[in-house]
Ligand binder design. Structure first.
Ligand code: HEM
Length: 151
């Protein structure tokens, strides 16, 4: 099991679980726990992003090592996951800002959308992780720094 991808995938899953718990809490009108758990979810998502970004810069990205005829489906799926993660991050920031500005009406409307996008991000993220490292052996890893320095 590769250490950094396993760790970053763990943090995506953790943040999705925390969002689910935070949703249940606000349905039960437990406001302070909702706030704390959702902030923890955001910190967990940020931790994922920091690990992912450091690995991309220092170690690099790993290419798909599975069969060639599946590669195109993997690539489309990966792009879909990246799209979800990007939209989810923007929605997450908007949801948090609305909460902190106490625009609770809009926060309530955007919150469920953000949560569902984030659940889909986590599920597709785990699938990418499984396809890239567990079901098949990862392909070559190219470092961004190596690429820049020509090493
Ligand atoms: C599932 C959909 C969501 C609903 C229905 C919802 C609903 C609410 C409501 C009603 C409040 C006001 C509580 C109060 O009056 O003190 C609140 C506060 C808050 N929510 Fe959400 N929320 C949702 C999702 C989220 C998400 C995804 C996040 C984080 C990304 C989040 C972060 C917060 C925070 C930080 C506060 C506290 C704001 C403050 O007290 O300054 N919520 N939410």
């Amino acid at each position: 099991m590769p250490l950094l991808p396993t760790l970053s995938t763990f943090f995506i899953v953790l943040s999705a679980v925390l969002v689910a718990i935070g949703w249940v809490l606000i349905v039960k009108d437990r406001r302070d726990p909702h706030r704390k758990v959702m902030i923890a979810a955001a910190v967990s998502a940020l931790t994922f992003f920091i690990i992912y970004l450091s690995r991309t810069i220092v170690v690099g990205n790993t290419s798909f090592g599975g069969p060639d005829d599946i590669k195109i489906f993997y690539t489309i799926f990966l792009i879909f996951h990246i799209f979800l993660a990007t939209v989810g991050a923007v929605f997450g920031i908007v949801t948090l800002v609305l909460a902190f500005k106490r625009k609770i009406g809009r926060h309530r409307r955007v919150g469920p959308v953000t949560s569902v996008i984030w659940f889909c991000t986590a599920v597709t993220g785990v699938a990418v992780y499984l396809l890239l490292y567990i079901i098949y052996d990862g392909g070559t890893t190219t470092s961004m720094i190596k690429a820049i320095l020509g090493g």
